[in-house]
Design a protein around this ligand. Structure first.
Ligand SMILES: *Cc1c(COP(=O)(O)O)cnc(C)c1O
Length: 492
């Protein structure tokens, strides 16, 4: 059995079940395993069968302390009628590229692919453990709702979500504020996503808080993309996209493929890198950013510098300056050097900046390309996708579609990861194509978008109009631990 350890040390050695329950390592690092290639299923095996078959193979390989039967029940529960496409993540043409539609799950964002699975993995991992689990998650908009939906009324678990006040779309806010379930809590915070994420990361190491929760037999865990149980399910759709293009005759097994990924916390694109290490013939992964283009600068110069203000954009799920999962990519590409990873992350925390040397930068650049779009460029891409290609795309997808244009190569198919339904951001999408409707609310924009395009909104989003608001809490960053304790008291 393969074990997981921190990106910052080798002190701990955990099974994947333990890593999923712990979420983050004691030393603040992320759980990794060193060799994902050894014993991996062959490309031929991974291209045969359905999405669910591929999920079983990928999960079975990366989470090898789960039995085949455990994996099968998880896959069955996670990828069924809760997705409104039989293919789960269909690939469709969009101009000279392909889009991988990752938003057919219950909350209309790509987070569902992992967060419909994570509660299943946790259920199996916890079997026989009498403790209750409180999932605490910071969200830039989409993770929160997907975590709430995934964990709502799952026995023995609670879920508390913090989102930055005023910095998510109206539809995103309503999705969270109307969340059903007896075991959920939703709270806005005064601050931005980075503030929320760093406080949530900190409370995992907060001994006083742990002790208070332990009194009620509660342990903390995370549904953020730093969790191994989030990362692993996302690897599947890279293989699946390749399989769909192979089935369509667009490529032959073994041919190279490029992916372009709208990136925030680096979880999605890291899953693509993991697929590459497992043997998928990925040539380039294009890291697409919005105006918060720290990653574009890093992948161009080797300097990661978060000492700047976070900009609010029309692609809010990517409004992030500290891309946590980059730590795993650095660890792997730097040959598994935990000491150097620790040094870099310490520098990032204390000085706000770190540098990698020319050699490591060159290694990163062999796979990772990067570019960014500001809001005007993003809106222009939304408009062109509709007017020229008849495709309605959300602002995150538009950021990636535009980045894909600048890295296009006619010899290698380019797959753009489409991460949200355009209806999650109907106001900005409508305005990008037809301009403002004075006085209109989110639902008026939803109707207008549907009237003008004939594209129906996802049912769950249309229903938000009449759902009662359950949550309007708002708190200071410093009060996050107390909010979690109160939620645990109420839920358990
Ligand atoms: C979360 C999210 C992203 C960014 O994904 P990361 O894994 O954080 O890089 C992009 N688009 C949408 C719609 C998202 O919800």
């Amino acid at each position: 059995m393969t074990t997981y350890h921190s990106t910052r040390s080798r002190n701990e050695s955990l099974t994947s079940k333990q890593a999923i329950l712990e979420g983050i390592a004691q030393d603040g690092g992320l759980f990794v395993r060193d060799d994902v290639a050894a014993g991996a299923p062959s490309l031929e095996q991974l291209l045969a069968g359905t999405y669910q078959d591929r999920a079983r193979l990928v999960l079975g390989h990366l989470l090898d302390d789960f039995t085949a039967e455990e994996i099968s029940t998880c896959v069955e529960a996670a990828y069924g009628a809760n997705f409104d496409s039989k293919l789960v993540t269909p690939v469709t043409p969009c101009g000279q590229d392909w889009t991988l539609e990752l938003w057919h799950g219950p909350t209309s964002a790509f987070k569902d692919v992992a967060l419909q699975m994570l509660p299943q993995l946790m259920r199996v991992s916890r079997a026989g453990d009498g403790r209750r689990v409180m999932i605490v998650t910071a969200t830039s908009g989409d993770t929160g709702k997907a975590a709430l939906e995934g964990f709502a009324d799952v026995e023995g678990t609670g879920v508390t979500v913090f989102y930055p006040h005023g910095k998510v779309s109206d539809i995103q806010r309503l999705q969270m504020a109307t969340q059903r379930g007896a075991n959920v809590a939703v709270c806005a915070i005064e601050g931005n996503f980075d503030d929320a994420q760093s406080e949530v990361k900190r409370i995992f190491a907060d001994e006083a808080l742990r002790a208070r929760l332990a009194e009620r037999n509660v342990v903390l865990s995370s549904a953020n993309s730093i969790n191994v149980g989030r990362l692993v399910p996302q690897v599947t759709y890279y293989f699946d996209a390749y399989a769909q293009l192979a089935a369509a005759g667009t490529l032959k097994p073994g041919d190279a493929i490029d992916f372009c990924v709208p990136t925030g916390n680096f979880g999605d694109v890291l899953a693509g890198y993991c697929a590459k290490r497992m043997g998928l013939p990925v040539r380039h992964l294009v890291v697409a950013s919005n105006a918060n283009n720290v990653l574009t600068a890093f992948l161009t110069t080797g300097v990661y510098d978060r000492r700047r203000d976070l900009v609010k954009t029309i692609s809010p799920s990517m409004d992030i300056l500290v891309s946590s999962n980059l730590e795993r990519a650095l660890y792997w590409i730097d040959g598994g050097n935990a000491e150097r990873t620790l040094e870099r992350m310490k520098a990032l925390q204390t000085e706000g900046v770190y540098r990698v040397d020319a050699e490591l930068l060159a290694k990163l650049q062999e796979t990772f390309l990067a570019s960014f779009s500001n809001d005007d460029e993003t809106k222009d891409a939304i408009r062109r996708a509709w007017e020229d290609e008849g495709r309605l795309i959300d602002p995150h997808t538009a950021v990636a579609w535009r980045a894909a244009e600048s890295h296009f190569d006619p010899m290698v198919p380019m797959v753009v990861l489409s991460t949200a339904s355009p209806y999650k951001f109907c106001r900005d999408v409508y305005e990008a194509i037809w301009g403002e409707i004075p006085g209109a609310d989110a639902f008026a924009y939803m109707d207008a978008l549907c009237d003008n395009t004939g594209v129906e909104p996802p049912k769950a989003l249309a229903k938000l109009r009449t759902k009662p608001v359950r949550w309007d809490d708002c708190t200071e960053i410093a009060d996050i631990p107390q909010y979690v304790v109160n939620a645990a008291r109420r839920i358990f």
